[in-house]
Design a protein around this ligand. Structure first.
Ligand code: IPD
Ligand code: CA
Ligand code: CA
Length: 266
């Protein structure tokens, strides 16, 4: 399949960083048995992957700005374009040897995401999207699922843990959603959760306490697959509010309503 020059740059960078992550992931199993665990090793793997991405992306587009989870914000001469990058989304999975993690690269142009790549190096699943040009998984065009009944829906979410997020609020939400849907999943990589929505594997997804690099590429995947993505108030402030809901038009609307009901429950 022929891609635009822009997507080629993003795909090349993702594949190069993926080779490094994949090599490091191969070491993880050996480290599980040590008392110290693979923590420091994983942080180094994460940083290495981001360095590769920054180098590749800025070599191809020297003026663009860059925001990476590990290295923070780097201003570019071109104030209209910014790469938004998570070199390793799903760190806990990686750390535990669970092969569900991804590299996520979004390109923001004047406050809108215009291109996104999410790549799982282990399964070799490459999700790509460019604004107005559709969403593809390994060159197959994606559409969000057509299901319209909550009772049939597989719902993905994020779990707040270990000092992060409002546990009480989440318990109310999960209890209210759980009672109405076919199944709940928590896979642990937001970028892939959004890719799975685009692919129609998950029907709806919501999560709080996210950061822009968790969502930037993924939200475009969903929109280009015909889905809806908003913050939990139905607006477009996902990056500033840090929460997100995604799905087809009907289920997305229903999910927002159910979460509002949850807030009223005791
Ligand atoms: C995390 C993952 C996870 C989500 C967390 C994120 P990281 O990103 O996307 O699914 O629940 O909130 O921080 O730390 O693995 O890059
Ligand atoms: Ca992340
Ligand atoms: Ca990360």
């Amino acid at each position: 399949m022929l891609h635009s020059a822009l997507l080629n740059v993003m795909i090349k960078a993702a594949r190069k960083a993926a080779r490094s992550l994949k090599r490091d992931f191969g070491e993880i199993e050996n480290l599980q048995v040590s008392l110290k665990g693979p923590g420091n090793f994983v942080s180094a793997a994460d940083r290495r992957a981001e360095e590769i991405l920054r180098e590749e992306l800025l070599r191809a587009r020297p003026g663009y700005g860059f925001i990476g989870e590990e290295s923070g914000r780097h201003e570019g001469a071109d104030k209209t374009h910014t790469w938004i990058v998570d070199p390793l989304d799903g760190t806990s999975n990686f750390l535990h040897g669970i092969p569900h993690f991804a590299i996520s690269i979004g390109l923001e142009r004047e406050s809108a995401i215009v291109a996104g790549v999410v790549y799982n190096p282990i399964t070799d699943e490459l999700f790509i999207a460019e604004r107005g040009k559709g969403c593809f998984l390994n060159d197959r065009r994606l559409r969000v699922a057509a299901r319209v009944r909550l009772a049939d829906a597989i719902v993905a979410c994020g779990l707040p843990h270990h000092g992060r997020g409002d546990l009480e609020q989440f318990r109310k939400e999960i209890a209210t959603v759980q009672a109405q849907v076919a199944g709940l999943r928590r896979f642990g990589a937001a970028a892939l959760d959004l890719g799975f929505i685009a692919a129609g594997r998950f029907d709806i997804y919501w999560e709080r306490n996210l950061l822009p690099w968790d969502m930037a590429a993924g939200l475009l995947l969903v929109r280009e697959a015909g889905g809806f993505v908003t913050d939990l108030d139905g607006g477009d402030a996902m990056f500033t509010k840090g929460h997100i809901a995604a799905g087809n038009e009907t289920l997305h609307r229903d999910l927002l309503r159910v979460l509002k009901d949850a807030a009223k429950s005791s």
